[in-house]
Design a protein around this ligand. Structure first.
Ligand code: URA
Length: 234
């Protein structure tokens, strides 16, 4: 691939910024300064910026701790709502990132953002049953019988939900975790409504085999490590 594309992907910058780095001699390929943006490189070359080795990844995978009040969308056509993308630096906005699945505006927690359309599609496809765990607080206590009801599924708009595993908190009976293997619209809130309660707080804490990084404050994000990407896509 062209050196400017490699730099723009590896450094998450625009092609024109990449060109500037190359033309001002900041980039070396296998130890030699290369000033031509169209110079061809492969993943076998060692490419450095100011002497530091760069790592190439075709796609970007981000874990965000979504805060309340932002929508899980790439843009808001009416320009009223703040989107999760607006929490990323500007140089990320031209990289084709989108949220893999949605959380409601008032739901917080683990959200994956990526520009890997194929993998995101697979992760979200009902065929693949990727579990998502939510921590939920309600305005009323859960009852033991709610566990069985969630497991058997409830009818929402004429459709039976897939089994949902409810675990009630030992001390605070109005709190618990719920594991979903599908993503119907407002599914947790509607299941809880069906059980006669209103959700007062909802946080996603796992997505497949990934758990929310508790070091990430609300509204903060980080790249997934290569290991985490492997776990996510497995
Ligand atoms: N279920 C909901 O009701 N809301 C979410 O944001 C996610 C799951």
């Amino acid at each position: 691939m062209r050196l400017d594309k490699y730099i723009s992907d590896a450094m998450i910058c625009s092609r024109s910024e990449a060109d500037r780095y190359i033309k001002t001699g900041k980039i070396t390929v296998d130890g030699k300064t290369v000033k031509k943006p169209d110079h061809k490189v492969t993943e076998k070359n060692e490419i450095c910026f100011n002497g530091e080795k760069l790592f190439y990844s075709e796609f970007i995978y981000i874990m965000m701790n979504k805060p309340q009040g932002v929508i899980s969308a790439t843009d808001d056509p009416k320009n009223i709502e703040k989107t999760v993308l607006s929490l990323l630096p500007e140089n990320y906005l031209t990289k084709g990132l989108f949220p893999a699945g949605r959380l409601d505006k008032d739901t917080v927690g683990l959200l994956i953002l990526t520009n890997d359309g194929k993998s995101a599609h697979r992760l979200l496809s009902p065929k693949h049953h990727v579990d998502k765990t939510y921590y939920v607080e309600c305005d009323k206590d859960f009852a033991e019988k709610d566990i069985e009801i969630c497991k058997n599924g409830v009818i929402l708009d004429g459709e039976l939900t897939k089994p949902c595993i409810l675990t009630i908190d030992c001390e605070k009976k109005n709190c618990g975790t719920m594991v979903l293997t599908e993503g119907k619209y407002h599914e947790i809130k509607r299941i809880c409504n069906h059980l006669g309660k209103n959700v007062t707080f909802l946080e996603r804490i796992t997505f497949g085999n990934l758990s929310l990084d508790r070091n990430l404050e609300r509204g903060m994000w980080r790249h997934l490590t290569p290991g985490e990407v492997g776990v996510l896509l497995k």
